[in-house]
Design a protein around this ligand. Structure first.
Ligand SMILES: C[S@@+](CC[C@H](N)C(=O)[O-])C[C@H]1O[C@@H](n2cnc3c(N)ncnc32)[C@H](O)[C@@H]1O
Length: 287
């Protein structure tokens, strides 16, 4: 499938990777539900805010069709996810472009696991940092994921916010590299903005979002394998797909045997991915 074909039918392509006939929970569907209620899916949804607030938030964002935002069944205000939606109920829990936003990634995985019925599956679509505005950020490690859980983070670490803001880049004027290697990039924010962001995130008050976690396909698989190997989660890799665009998709379940690649192979693969594709050149203002 070409990248254009995939982009045009992304949600349908992801749906084909698992059996969505049972009761599903979609976390953070926003304006891009993978399992739309209007498509007849048996799905409940969770988000930070209700549909009216989401529609107001995205009303003026270019390229966003707010008509696609559906009613939110469970509004998440920071309580454990499985307490909110009910433990052990769902055959599928799906979260597309959400895990990288969670302050405590391990806590998120464990709560998704707790929400699953016996035999249930967690489906995650995750951005590949090599194709996004996180291009220059190094991939997250298992140790950092454990640290966040140890600290019981419910808000983003100010340092993660600093890195997110300081290294946010556009590529040939877009927020990602696209499907081809970009020719040029530009850093979006002065580093002083990142320092202000650090202070802002450090001083409490309102919750602020950012990409706390950054992955390439193999760095993500390594973290999940590590967490399963040390008994931090019971979920293991059942399937893994790289897509032709900016994301990869994985299916995890308690019954799966796990990633077929060993730890050393994943380390080598993650190391290779860290250097690909080659960095574009800085964009220079026209003279
Ligand atoms: C980048 S958007 C992804 C939207 C859509 N799923 C997609 O694939 O395009 C992230 C979504 O996750 C939601 N989200 C982020 N953190 C969340 C959390 N802790 N609980 C519930 N929803 C969350 C946001 O409100 C937003 O709807």
């Amino acid at each position: 499938m070409t990248s254009l074909d995939y982009s045009q039918c992304r949600e349908a392509a992801i749906r084909r990777l698992f059996d969505a006939s049972g009761l599903c929970l979609e976390i953070g569907p926003s304006y891009n539900p993978i399992l739309p209620k209007r498509g007849g899916q048996r799905v409940e949804t969770v988000d930070h805010c209700d549909a009216a607030t989401l529609r107001a938030k995205y009303a003026n964002q270019p390229g966003v069709d707010i008509e696609r935002i559906e009613d939110v069944d469970h509004v998440w205000r920071g309580e454990p996810l499985a307490d909110l939606v009910g433990p052990g109920r769902f055959d599928v829990v799906i979260a597309s472009h959400v895990i990288e936003h969670t302050p405590d990634m391990l806590g998120f995985l464990r709560e998704c696991e707790r929400a699953l019925a016996p035999g249930g599956r967690l489906v995650l679509a995750v951005p590949d940092r090599r194709r996004t505005f996180d291009f220059f950020r190094p991939a997250s490690t298992t140790g950092a994921v454990l640290q966040a859980h140890h600290e019981k983070r419910t808000r983003h670490a100010p340092g993660a916010a600093f890195d997110f803001i300081a290294n946010f880049c556009t590529f040939d004027g877009r927020q990602g590299t696209g499907t081809e290697a970009a020719a040029t990039f530009a850093v979006s924010n002065p580093v002083q903005d990142a320092a202000s962001g650090f202070s802002y995130y450090a001083t409490g008050g309102e919750y602020h979002d950012c990409h706390a976690w950054v992955f390439t396909p193999s760095s993500f698989r390594l973290i999940v394998s590590d967490l399963a190997a040390i008994g931090a989660v019971a979920l293991r890799e059942e399937g893994f797909w790289e897509t032709p665009i900016f994301e990869f998709v994985t299916v995890l379940s308690r019954e799966a045997s796990g990633c077929p690649l060993g730890r050393a192979d994943l380390l080598v693969a993650a190391h290779r991915e860290a250097a690909t594709p080659a960095a574009p050149r800085p964009a220079r203002p026209a003279t």
